[in-house]
Design a protein around this ligand. Structure first.
Ligand code: SR1
Ligand code: MG
Length: 416
């Protein structure tokens, strides 16, 4: 029964849902509908009535960015709904409230987030978000920890993996667009030509980079550590000064934790390098860039602290059975092991952050951080700095031992 619900049909559909009609208030004919989707895949509407508003998301049977020539399963709406439901339980208050889901129409009605804006837009405007670090690190620590073997029984964990296993078409987009295409000739690749032509060619010849990205791809495909958001860039986060909501988990699946953490860090680092290309008063620019790098550091350190605290307090999953770590000696050994786990997770985060950066500069889907730098030469300068850092992070991952090594290297490249 799937059909695309344009304005009138959507109004009729919502009018037939008593709770939502009551929330909107007034006559359905008076409801204001605006299509606001600026993502790559779906339709998104805001519907406002006399007493309230809702956001409505409907999956299209194809990739919106490309068109009907690229079909994409509607089932992604199901996985998004499932992920949002799970995230709402584990990280309450950090995702939009779900109001209605229609599986056949691949349509979900959610709480309207107002006055929140897409974080990426705020970053392009040079806005700082004081509540962001606290919220995003709670979201990541809780969603990753509580869906992992550190918190779950083996049976619960495997049921979780099975519930999301069908979302492979969305994983395939990531496998191709992030881990493969930017490193080869691919029809959909694009970059800021002619300035980045040589850099694009050098990526295609860089065998060490090809090994590094292939290791990351394998990790992405074959490490079901936890339920990931799967596309946790700053376009999937809505913010006010003091509130954060994570949206759009349609790429959700069980994968390596560093993929989500790396996505947040990469998108902040790109905002940092893009800042040089945007109009800002000098003092404001310096303050914004300092805040971004401080945020990168805190995202990792606060995430790691919260994740470890959860493990210490609630590590009752089937991995690391408590009975094997009895007494003071066992407790000390387990604590050392937790530190080692976080050390490995940090290395994954650094590698995935690099992959997330390179795809936005040479692949199909770019971001407005760079795209809105009008002058191509200026844009290319910011992009080249980000690529230089990303290449080092991917190929020489082990030399980045702490998050300060990442921000320190970014600072050095700021005026390169
Ligand atoms: C064809 S989809 C391109 C990108 O949009 C989404 O936001 C994901 O990042 C995906 O890779
Ligand atoms: Mg999205």
């Amino acid at each position: 029964d799937y059909r695309i619900l344009h304005e009138a049909a959507l109004r009729d559909h919502l009018a037939g849902l008593p709770d939502i009609a009551a929330l909107l208030g007034g006559e359905p004919a008076s409801w204001e509908i605006t299509e606001v989707g600026d993502g790559n895949l779906n339709l998104v509407f805001i519907m406002k009535g006399a007493s309230g508003g809702v956001a409505v998301k409907q999956a299209l049977p194809y990739v919106r960015l490309v068109g009907e020539s690229w079909p994409l399963p509607l089932s992604r709406a199901h996985y998004e709904y499932l992920a949002l439901s799970r995230q709402a339980q584990i990280a309450p208050g950090l995702v939009p409230a779900l109001l209605h889901h229609n599986e056949a129409l691949a349509l979900t009605v959610m709480e309207l987030l107002e006055p929140h804006i897409i974080m990426r837009k705020g970053l392009v405007a040079g806005t700082q978000y004081p509540g962001f670090v606290g919220d995003i690190t709670t979201f990541m620590a809780r969603t990753l920890f509580f869906t992992s073997d550190l918190a779950l029984s083996a049976a619960e964990k495997k049921e979780g993996i099975a519930a999301f296993a069908g979302n492979h078409a969305l994983c395939k987009i990531t496998e191709d667009l992030i881990f493969t295409d930017p490193y080869r000739i691919a029809e959909q690749n694009r970059w800021t030509a002619p300035y980045l032509n040589a850099l694009a060619a050098s990526l295609r010849d860089d065998m060490e980079l090809h090994v590094a990205i292939s290791r990351l791809k394998l990790k992405f495909m074959a490490s079901p550590e936890a339920l990931l958001h799967g596309d946790l860039h700053t376009g999937s986060i809505m913010v006010t000064d003091h509130q954060t909501r994570v949206i759009d988990p349609e790429f959700a699946f069980y994968g390596p934790m560093g993929f989500d953490v790396g996505a947040v860090i990469a998108n902040l680092v790109m905002a940092y390098f893009a800042s040089a290309g945007h109009e800002r008063a000098t003092g404001e620019r310096a303050a914004f860039e300092a805040w971004v790098l401080e945020t990168v550091e805190k995202v990792w350190s606060e995430f790691a602290r919260k994740f470890l605290d959860l493990w210490r307090a609630e590590g009752t999953g089937d991995a690391y059975p408590v009975s094997l770590f009895a007494g003071a000696q066992g407790a000390a050994r387990l604590e050392a092991e937790r530190q080692a786990y976080l050390h490995r997770l940090f290395a994954d985060t650094v590698g995935f952050a690099a992959a997330k950066t390179i795809r936005r500069i040479f692949g199909l889907a770019h971001n407005i951080d760079f795209e809105l730098i009008e002058h191509p030469k200026k844009r290319a300068v910011s992009e080249a700095r980000a690529v230089r850092l990303a290449r080092a992070m991917m190929v020489e991952t082990g030399t980045f031992r702490t998050i300060a090594d990442v921000t320190g290297a970014a600072r050095k490249l700021r005026d390169w």
